[in-house]
Design a protein around this ligand. Sequence first.
Ligand SMILES: Nc1ncnc2c1ncn2[C@@H]1O[C@H](COP(=O)(O)OP(=O)(O)OP(=O)(O)O)[C@@H](O)[C@H]1O
Length: 237
Amino acid sequence: MSQIQTALLQVNHVSKQYHDGEVTTHVLSGVDLTVYKGEQLAIVGSSGSGKSTLLHIMGTLDSPTSGTVLLDGEDLYKLSAARQAQVRNNDLGFIYQFHHLLPEFTAIENVAMPAFIQGRDKKQALVDAKNLLDRVGLGHRLQHIPAQLSGGERQRVAIARALINKPKLVLADEPTGNLDASSADNVYAMIRELAQQFDTAFVVVTHDHKLAAKMDRQLTMKDGVLQVVVHHAGQAE
Ligand SMILES: Nc1ncnc2c1ncn2[C@@H]1O[C@H](COP(=O)(O)OP(=O)(O)OP(=O)(O)O)[C@@H](O)[C@H]1O
């Protein structure tokens, strides 16, 4: 991460409540967070503390009850649905615990899909997808469909897919929650190396404190707000 820190994503006083009949569940209570360009940030916290909810709000997959989220100064919840979808496809990458690959498409097609959606030249998109699959060690599995890949291989395809459009920010929710310890280490190392090379910021929600400790910064979700755990880079929240 560079010494000069430029804000990329700004979460300003975000709250989230769910209403179900008479019952109101307060999940987030005024979360403030700045993600800097190129930084690698982990969010930890107990089950049900609101980590995934926050990640979804950061990625326009769920809306806040109040507060704002700005990506490069653009207020994400003031955008039209069409512009939000464009931001999701071009500027954000997502990696989930379960790969969410399209089952009927091959590895290379899955990786190229966000580039096709972006309208990039099809041949070039496939070349880029092949290069990325080479980078994650799957150059020999281009034509396999997800059912023909192992769990770790599927996650590596998902990483390549998340990066194909060179997003500003990759959001990952327990990306290795489904893998054994050595595959998890491997997948994390790969995400971190590629994110660094692409100058992509990376925010991961995880229960794995050992992996979280390897990131530039680590925050804990507690009582609906984020608390600082480790402050490697010296920035104030
Ligand atoms: N649609 C919903 N309606 C009501 N409550 C919800 C809804 N979605 C989530 N919640 C509640 O919000 C809280 C936070 O959920 P969230 O998935 O963000 O937690 P988390 O920290 O990611 O948990 P975990 O580590 O177990 O994945 C939970 O208590 C959950 O029950």
